[in-house]
Design a protein around this ligand. Sequence first.
Ligand SMILES: CC(=O)N[C@H](C=O)[C@@H](O)[C@H](O)[C@H](O)COP(=O)(O)O
Ligand SMILES: C=C(OP(=O)(O)O)C(=O)O
Length: 355
Amino acid sequence: MTKNLELCSGKYVGNGYPCFIIAEVGQNHQGNIDIAKMLIETAKKGGADCVKFQKSHLNSKFNAAALARKYHETNSWGETYGDHKSYLEFSVDQFIELQTFAHSINIPFTASPMDEVSLELLNSMDVPFIKIGSGDANNFPLLRKAAETGRPIVLSTGMQSMSSIRNAVSAITEVQRRPRLCLLQCTSSYPTPPNQAHLRVMETFRKEFPDVHIGYSGHEKGYAISLAAVALGAKVIERHITFDKTAKGSDHTCSLEPEEFTRFVKDVREVEAALGNPDKVPLPCEYPVIKKLGKTLVATKDLSAGTILNQSDIVAKVAEPQGISAENILSVIGKKLLKDVKCDESILFHDLLYE
Ligand SMILES: CC(=O)N[C@H](C=O)[C@@H](O)[C@H](O)[C@H](O)COP(=O)(O)O
Ligand SMILES: C=C(OP(=O)(O)O)C(=O)O
């Protein structure tokens, strides 16, 4: 049984707690701090539990050749991948400004450190938990360092095999004996085709890692699949947010626009409410319909007092007055009638002899 995990102050993940929803700004801010702040506001207004960014120290995340790689694509903000990434990267001061802004409107702020320098920065900023993006799920030294901060970890698993995930969980549990960990099923394809979401992997994770909370980081268009993940028990959901799905940038198409994000959060809460509990009982809200349409037992012919009832004497109908509930038919067969009952009249409890 997984132990409940406090991901942000006062906000727990676990059985009986609402699904923790992370609004991922990622790089949908287009390198503009004002847009970034407006997206933080959108996350807050939409009901996210937390807003998240990505943080890279470019020379630590990439080698020189990767930074020098030409990046001539529609979503490119520079000649080379390095130019593109530095256009989208906020400075440390800007990052702290974003955190201060998030706190000023009362929404927890965190980020995915994409290298050890960024991890140290986030740790020094006292973020409530560390998100490890899929690209670092097999970066075991980073995982160990993240675990050493003592902070909870939310780990995405896109692009990974089960064996790399086992090693990732081991790297964390070697440091945190009782892991404070959420593992997110994720497909790193933007947008993810529905048949590539593989939500059933969550079940595989649940069986393999009973001490870990399981969730979903979605990159599909719209949010139907993310709702299905909640129905399948995801305890954490992460989705990108944007002001415009058609904007320039690699992640906008798989992001949710403000109104859509607000609806998503509301729908997640509705799905959670609908999961209810596993006991099957007639519910108080059904009583009026039970009264109007519930079936009870009725005579199929004129029956006289003293008749020993057999199956052909009785039928279940919507009857007035309501008599013996249809489910009791077997216990009524073989009972003796104490009074005459006319064809199509209800058979009532006190019409029968109980010995
Ligand atoms: C794996 C990973 O980090 N994925 C992230 C999270 O989903 C993405 O936001 C990438 O940063 C983004 O798609 C990169 O786009 P470009 O290459 O155009 O900057
Ligand atoms: C890449 C990230 O996450 P995911 O793999 O869940 O998209 C991230 O958090 O930066």
